[in-house]
Each structure stands twice: as structure tokens, then as C-alpha cells.
Design a protein around this ligand. Structure first.
Ligand code: AMP
Length: 427
């Protein structure tokens, strides 16, 4: 199957050809005909599958074909809502690329920056709006945006929206949309809350599912290293020096952990930058820009900041910490081996994380090969937690602090919860 077999109009085919894309990816092949037939779509797919083009191509085509129906200032006829600024920017960039011969316009709005530039662009009118939920509602309440002309609505990364606490915002947005519209709903996972939400948005949708198994097993070469927590940084330095890859994305479970890795690498004269929620929008964009341009070869990211990062030729993903949610592993390794490229994903696993590894292997239905030949093999005895002795004095002090939520005790509490959760998942 080629793009030319899908009924796509010439101006879009020309833009695809400019990009060197001749054959649709599985999600594109399945979704484009459904969307061109104006049906609602429920897509179970993650980024890295070609999802963005799967939904932007039909929207561009519909808008192009109905261009003459509209006179005067451009109205927002398509709304795409996505959870993070990075994803919003990337989607807008893709629309610009695929739509470059259509004469259609897009604007992107997201929080964390002053609104002036965005409102100026909105004043000029736009056909397509890409937005994160909070800023969208904010600009609607200020009267800069109206959704009354929206005919094509996309909710992207729905599960991530829920994880980030956007459910109420999403419901408010849906309430403002015209009832007569085509709706597209994408999520990487389908827990009950997402199924319910999709039911509120879609009317009798067609379903397309690109399973994680397909996405990972075929293209990404995976391996795991058993290594103690304190030795992870040494193993990382060893591997980075051994693999002078073009670009390496390293995942850390926490923001603090990401900063710590940057500092440790810095001491070893390895230049790296971190992106996470505590960094300013400017710092995140700069680091991401430098990484995309190849000026920076090592980027450390937390899961939320990295979701959807689209870097061509990303050759290596390192899971410095294994995620406790197995689907997250699939998202992470999906950063490499994008579309047709092949990639490599290496994971560090300490004793505590072995349960997570078990869950991940179950999900991907695959045993990840273990690399035993490395200078920092795991000695299980090293990792057995030693019960801390408490002096009488310290015990009294600890008692006095009960009910006091210092940052430290809050994080201990989270840690404990995580462990309980891991245990629950294990049995
Ligand atoms: P996405 O899942 O939308 O983030 O896309 C993943 C990557 O695949 C992006 O870099 C796209 O530009 C690229 N891509 C999308 N469709 C195709 C295609 N049909 N052939 C080759 N690459 C593609």
C-alpha cells in the first residue's frame, strides 16, 4: 500500500513526497480511509507509530476541500487538544509540513509562557488550533477563542491527560464543542476511565489498534543490565563512553534524579541536559532544540516531559530507572526506532526493580535479553536494605514529627506507597 492508494489529494501527497514518505505506517493505512469517510475514530496507539500524520492528513484534506465554503476571517474549524507543550508544538510542526501546499493555517497555544504572541496569532484567524487544555480554557474565558465553528476535534494522548489531572478541563472543553462534528480519540492505553471518556466524546466510532507489542518487538533492540542502584551512574558513564551514539535519551523516574544524572555526567566531562516539569519552558525548549539539532547528544528526561519527543535518528534510549507502570516502558523505548528506523533500548535494573521487569516482559510478551558482561554486575546482598538502628532520642523526635508533612517525609511516604503498589502488582 502506498500513500497514492489512499485517496489523498495532490497538495498533501506532494508534501509527503517532499518528506520522503511513500508508504503509510499501519495506523495511517487503517485510519486515513475511516477518517476520509468522516467517521469517528478510537485509536489505540502511542507516539512513534505515525499517529500524527494519521489524523492530520484527513483533517487537512477536509478543510482544503471545503475552503470555498468560508469567507472572511479564518475560523477555528479543527481543534487538536494534547497534554504537553512539547507535543502541541510537534503536532503544529507536522501540520505545517503536511499542509504546506494547502494554504491552511495553524496556531498553537500552550501554558507556561506569556499569552501575547499566541493571542496576536489568534487575532489573525486560523483554520486549525493545537492546544493544551489549561491555556485553551483560559483563552476561551478571555474571549480570544470560540469553539462554535469546530467541525473536527482530536483528543490526543487521552490516558496521559487523565494522569496529569486534566479530566475536568477536558469535560469543560467538550461541553463547548458543537454537537455536529467528527471526533478522533487517541490513547496509548485503554483503562476503564478512558473507555468511559471516549464514550462521552465519540458517537459509534471505528476502532484502530496498534498494539505495543508490534511497536516494540519488531524494531527496537532491547537489553537489560542487572546493576545496583549506586553503580547505575558508573555503568551509564561506561556505556556512554563505549557507545558514542548520535543521540541518547536517558529516562529518570524523578525530576531530582534527572538533575543528579546531569551533575554526575558533568563530573565525568560528559555534557548533558535535563528536561522536566521544574525547568522553565525556555530551558526545556532550548535543551530539546539543541538535542534535535545534534548540538547536544545526551538528554535526560522524566516520562511526562519526554512523552512524544520526536527526534529523528535517536539511536539509544537508556532506562536509568525501570518504570513501575509497564506501559511507560513501551512509551519510552518507542522514542527510538521511530516509524521505520531501528533503535536500541538499554535498561538498568536493580533488585527492587526486578518485579517491574517481570511485569514489563509480561506486557510485551517478550523476554528482554540480559547483558551479564559488564564491569558492575549486581551483587544481590549489596542491595538488601539494612534496618536502620534508631537511638531513643531520634525515636522520640520522629514521634514528635508525626502529622508534620515536611517535603522529606512526603517523599518517604510516596516511596512507601510505590513499594506497596509494586508489591500489590507482584502478587
Ligand atoms: P508520530 O507517531 O506521529 O510521532 O510519528 C513518528 C515519526 O514517524 C515522525 O518522525 C514522523 O515524521 C515519521 N513518519 C510518520 N509517517 C511516516 C511514514 N509514512 N513514513 C516514514 N516516516 C513517517
Amino acid at each position: 500500500m502506498k500513500f497514492t492508494d489512499l485517496g489523498i489529494i495532490e497538495p498533501i501527497l506532494k508534501a509527503l513526497a517532499d518528506e520522503g514518505y511513500t508508504h503509510p505506517t499501519p495506523i495511517q493505512e487503517q485510519s486515513i480511509p475511516i477518517l476520509l469517510a468522516r467517521k469517528d475514530l478510537l485509536g489505540v496507539a502511542q507516539t512513534g507509530t505515525g499517529k500524527t500524520a494519521a489524523f492530520t492528513i484527513p483533517i487537512l484534506q477536509h478543510l482544503y476541500q471545503s475552503k470555498n465554503d468560508y469567507k472572511g476571517k479564518r475560523k477555528i474549524k479543527s481543534l487538536i487538544v494534547t497534554p504537553t507543550r512539547e507535543l502541541a508544538i510537534q503536532i503544529a510542526e507536522s501540520i505545517t509540513v503536511y499542509g504546506k501546499y494547502t494554504g491552511l493555517k495553524n496556531v498553537v497555544v500552550f501554558g507556561g509562557v506569556k499569552q501575547g504572541t499566541q493571542t496576536n496569532q489568534l487575532r489573525g484567524g486560523t483554520d486549525i488550533l493545537v492546544a493544551t487544555p489549561g491555556r485553551l480554557l483560559d483563552l476561551i474565558s478571555q474571549g480570544f477563542i470560540t469553539l462554535r465553528d469546530v467541525k473536527y476535534f482530536v483528543l490526543d494522548e487521552a490516558d496521559q491527560m487523565l494522569d496529569m489531572g486534566f479530566i475536568h478541563d477536558i469535560k469543560k472543553i467538550i461541553a463547548k464543542l458543537p454537537a455536529k462534528r467528527q471526533s478522533l480519540f487517541f490513547s496509548a492505553t485503554m483503562p476503564a476511565a478512558i473507555v468511559n471518556l471516549s464514550g462521552e466524546i465519540l458517537g459509534n466510532p471505528k476502532k484502530v489498534s496498534i498494539t505495543p507489542k508490534q511497536a516494540t518487538a519488531e524494531k527496537v533492540e532491547q537489553a537489560v543490565y542487572f546493576v545496583s542502584k549506586p553503580n547505575k551512574s558508573k555503568l551509564l558513564i561506561y556505556l556512554l563512553e563505549k557507545n558514542p551514539e548520535a543521540s541518547v535519551l536517558i529516562f529518570s523516574r524523578t525530576k531530582h534524579g534527572a538533575d543528579k544524572i546531569v551533575r554526575i555526567l558533568g563530573k565525568a566531562n560528559i555534557k548533558a541536559a535535563a528536561i522536566h516539569g521544574n525547568k522553565s519552558q525556555g530551558a526545556r525548549q532550548r535543551a530539546l532544540g539543541n538535542f534535535k539539532d545534534g548540538k547536544l547528544t545526551i538528554l535526560i528526561a522524566t516520562d511526562i516531559a519526554a512523552r512524544g519527543i520526536d527526534v529523528e535518528e535517536l539511536s539509544l534510549v537508556v532506562n536509568y530507572d525501570l518504570p513501575n507502570i509497564s506501559e511507560t516502558y513501551v512509551h519510552r523505548i518507542g522514542r527510538t526506532g521511530r516509524a521505520k528506523a531501528s533503535g536500541k533500548a538499554l535498561s538498568f535494573c536493580n533488585t527492587e526493580e526486578k518485579a517491574y521487569l517481570k511485569d514489563i516482559q509480561k506486557l510485551i510478551n517478550q523476554k528482554i535479553p540480559v547483558i551479564t558482561e559488564h564491569p558492575f554486575p549486581l551483587d544481590e546482598n549489596e542491595e538488601i536494605p539494612q534496618p536502620k538502628k534508631q537511638s531513643n532520642n531520634r525515636r522520640k523526635k520522629a514521634k514528635r514529627h508525626v502529622g508534620h508533612t515536611s517535603k522529606e517525609s512526603e517523599s518517604n511516604h510516596k516511596q512507601k506507597n510505590r513499594k506497596t503498589y509494586a508489591k500489590k502488582r507482584r502478587y
